[in-house]
Design a protein around this ligand. Sequence first.
Ligand code: AMP
Ligand code: FE
Ligand code: FE
Ligand code: ZN
Length: 279
Amino acid sequence: MIKADMHMHTTYSDGIFSPYEVVKKCKQRGLSVISITDHDSVDAFPDAIEYGKEFGVEVIPGVELSALVDDRDVHILGYFLDYTNKRLLEYLEFFRRERVKRAERIVAKLNNINVPLTIESVLERAGHGAVGRPHIASAMVEEGYIETYHQAFEKFIGNGGPAFEKKFQLTLKDAIQLISSSGGLSFLAHPGRFTTEELLHQTIRSGLDGIEVIHPSHQPSHTSYYRGVVNEYFLLESGGSDFHGGKKNDDEVLGNFYIDESRVNMMKHRLFSGNSPKK
Ligand code: AMP
Ligand code: FE
Ligand code: FE
Ligand code: ZN
């Protein structure tokens, strides 16, 4: 069986390994096809594709966008995008600038409640990557303001927490449109977080190409439920490890959450047969 892991992060967002290290690890874990899906960045490409050739791993360009649905942060994976598309790159740059402003607002809120974290230490941690709450949580742990990464979310920066700040989010339709106008396919990421069927159907009606059925956060019941939804609505099935490296989601997931190559071929078929609906 040819294993494909269609969800992972590098230092271009909140992953701790460079694209080169990620591709190398994937090869070591027996993966033959991967998609790198950084939050709001396609900067891993085209280099990651070249590293893939070196290691004998097919690297599919991807991205993970955030959309606002019913006041929730819903993640959309885009695959097979033209990572040189000008409009896409402009949007991603805008999202990353908004992320910096939001990190500044979160740090200001933390400072007001006696957590003297600095924006410099957060941005340093993010480096060239799209800055996110994971960088803030790690900085808080390393500088001794909180014991664990999860506590940082629970006590401070998680949704509704005292230092929570929203990030800029597209509507779901706009996120899907941005992906399809860059030549990509869009997938609902880790839907296990969804609580209502209504919300799931709302996202399906917006024109998604598929659903991420396999994900470390999914119980077996989730997997079978979402696979049923995929079949019922003639959608495509994806899956992956959501590998970030580090404590956040350690090495164990890599190589253990994947889809069969045939699923990737179905995506390619949808893409290249011209059957993707115009959005
Ligand atoms: P951001 O895109 O900056 O809002 O960060 C979102 C990321 O933070 C998610 O993809 C998760 O990896 C992480 N995250 C969000 N909520 C929690 C939580 N309660 N506990 C741990 N990690 C979380
Ligand atoms: Fe992430
Ligand atoms: Fe996600
Ligand atoms: Zn992810």
